[in-house]
Write a protein that binds this ligand. Structure first.
Ligand code: ADP
Length: 327
């Protein structure tokens, strides 16, 4: 059992993404006392169950000790929880709690990338996202890792050892794989291919950041933040340092847990702010034109719906919470 302080209640944040289930447990004082990240083959209730049980075990408590659970992420509606919040709000909240004063959060997960401008209270001011194309997302790097036959955790180290002068014309995950294989066939070094691809992805991510405006301090969240080459090239492209979190992949779940704690303490304003974010998010999805310059939309599958992620929003979705500015 976790040590009991003045108040011994706990809250849980669950982030069910496209590739991993993440759970964070926070105590009454706001400290993270347990967490778990579970790798999934596909979005899975079982992965959530395992992640929740393991996080409870890590915290040394039982489900009965949890007073509130908030879920977030692509699969948030599959999670048994009291309420759902968008991952935009949760990543902003988590990043602001882990790095107080943060003004720009770049979250790159398995299937989407987001740039989130955060105000001085750690609330979402505006955001831009690309969730219609695997380009520049974790899935893109997973494709690269498979093509180069290097484990995902080593792709960044490989890239840091290479020169980034190769021309990488395609940012489409499907065509990039073909291009990588073709470069390999021409005798290019794997390290040079990795470095060049990382640099190209960083340049593309810079375009996303431009939609919300550059600001610092910058924090990266999501699994791709573990890729030190992308952090390096992105920092170079931004001309700003990127602050590193110890465990960037847990930031969304931690943010959800922080929100659960604040709601338990009576702060209901966060839900209203998140409703505004969710509305912008939905409007952006409905509004965006799905078109891929690389595959010309021919492969026609949404990144969320199949193994071949190909469609792209030619203009990233940009939103603002009420009072924020629309770009
Ligand atoms: P989601 O929430 O969509 O499941 P995550 O934030 O968990 O996504 O990020 C998953 C992605 O993170 C994977 O697709 C993978 O490319 C990347 N990733 C995970 N671990 C590492 C690592 N050690 N080094 C580099 N990239 C990683």
């Amino acid at each position: 059992m976790a040590e009991s302080g003045a108040a011994n209640w706990f809250v849980m944040g669950v982030d069910l993404g496209s590739t991993t289930a993440k759970v964070a447990i926070v105590d009454a004082a706001g400290a993270m006392v347990g967490s778990k990240i579970v790798q999934m083959g596909a979005v899975s209730r079982e992965a959530v169950r395992v992640a929740m049980e393991s996080a409870l075990e890590d915290a040394g408590i039982t489900q009965d000790d949890i007073v509130r659970t908030i879920s977030t992420g692509y699969g948030r509606k599959l999670v048994p929880s009291d309420k759902t919040f968008t991952e935009i709000t949760c990543h902003a909240r988590g990043a602001a709690a882990l790095f107080p004063g943060v003004r720009l959060v770049i979250d790159i997960g398995g299937q989407d990338s987001k740039a989130i401008a955060v105000d001085s209270d750690g609330l979402v001011d505006r955001f831009a996202m690309n969730d219609r194309c695997a380009s520049g997302t974790g899935r893109f790097f997973d494709v690269l890792s498979r093509a180069l036959e290097v484990p995902i955790g080593e792709v960044g180290d490989l890239a840091m050892a290479g020169s980034n002068e190769l021309e990488v014309s395609s940012m489409c995950a499907t065509f990039a794989e073909t291009e990588v294989i073709s470069l390999l066939a021409q005798g290019a070094e794997t390290a040079d291919i990795a470095a060049s691809v990382h640099k190209a992805v960083a340049a593309r991510t810079l375009g996303l950041v431009a939609q919300v405006g550059k600001a610092s301090p910058v924090v990266m969240t999501g699994g791709v933040a573990k890729n030190r080459a992308l952090v390096h090239f992105l920092s170079e492209a931004l001309r700003l340092p990127i602050e590193m979190l110890d465990e960037p992949q847990i930031a969304g779940a931690y943010g959800a847990a922080i929100i659960a704690r604040e709601e338990h303490l009576g702060n209901v304003a966060l839900a209203a702010a998140d409703d505004a974010t969710a509305t912008q998010f939905a409007a952006g999805l409905a509004d965006a034109v799905p078109h891929c310059a690389d595959c010309d939309g021919q492969l026609g599958l949404h990144a969320n719906h199949g193994p071949v992620p190909v469609t792209i929003a030619t203009r990233p979705m940009v939103g603002a919470r009420s009072g924020g500015r629309e770009l």
